[in-house]
Design a protein around this ligand. Sequence first.
Ligand code: AMP
Ligand code: MG
Length: 326
Amino acid sequence: MIVLGIESTAHTASVGIVEESSTILGLASDMYRPPSGGIHPREAANHHVDVLPRLVEEALREASLTASDLGAVSFAQGPGLGPCLRAGATVARMLALTWDRPLVPVNHCVAHVEIARVLSHLDDPMLLYASGGNTQVVAHFSGRYRVLGETLDIGIGNFLDKLWIALGGTFPGGPALEAAALRGSELLALPYTVHGMDVAFSGLLTAALAMAARGADRDDLAYSVETTAYAMLTEITERALAHRKMKDVVLGGGVACNERLRGMVRAMAEARGGTSFAPPKRLCVDNGAMIAWTGLLGLQSGGSVPVERTQVEPRQRTDLVTVPWR
Ligand code: AMP
Ligand code: MG
């Protein structure tokens, strides 16, 4: 069985092709970069409509396959930006109808867990999902992926992007902030906002902007923001591990590309006798391969649906979807 998956929940349009052994046969991605400021959903959706046909061709070419080799088409049903989700879902429906293949909707957050799980060979890890719009600690129990902790306001990546753009940089801010943080050395005191299993970033953003306005060194500020925000994420992940009596962690989401975050989570997991795993960067960020792989798992447990039942669900929660393959 070979499945083609389409990702379009936010700024990245991506098409992945995966086979049953989990080998990624093809992956083509194209990220919408706004000329200034943050993402405008409608403009990102227009971008996805423009690039998706080419990405389908590129992924098929890389895989040396044609449509007749594919067993199904899957797509990210939610959560995400409505216009962006609809762009991907429309292309997926069109391909499934044209090629006469089953259509499998996939939850985007579950797809981050499943790609990390299969690549790590860890059977039952905790997921720290740190992306632009989402920040969640997720574990599987009682038949579903459950959110144990999450951001109470904005996603960690949106926080980093907003801060970097306010400091005069461009989107995406995370990688540039990481480079600046490597040059910083002084740890400035910033709000550390952990509420039980949850975190919040708006106080940290306000305080960092106020410090910047008072002339704080940008590199020190980047270093301090990373230290504070990633310590918050590491703390709630550790608390979730302790509660669930689990040891291992996988990372997902664009912010999981960050070496500092990877290192802090690894140190925490190893201190508890466990291990941590972060997928290669192109599979940490939003990508079609994770949608294809999770679509394949869904299909194998009877998860294809008729076109009439493929509406997108911008607010679809991780713990609302069933995972019959576990
Ligand atoms: P995603 O929403 O999962 O596609 O991830 C996009 C987010 O990841 C954006 O907010 C980026 O700024 C952030 N990001 C990407 N690379 C890094 C990095 N090396 N360090 C921190 N954040 C990053
Ligand atoms: Mg994501």
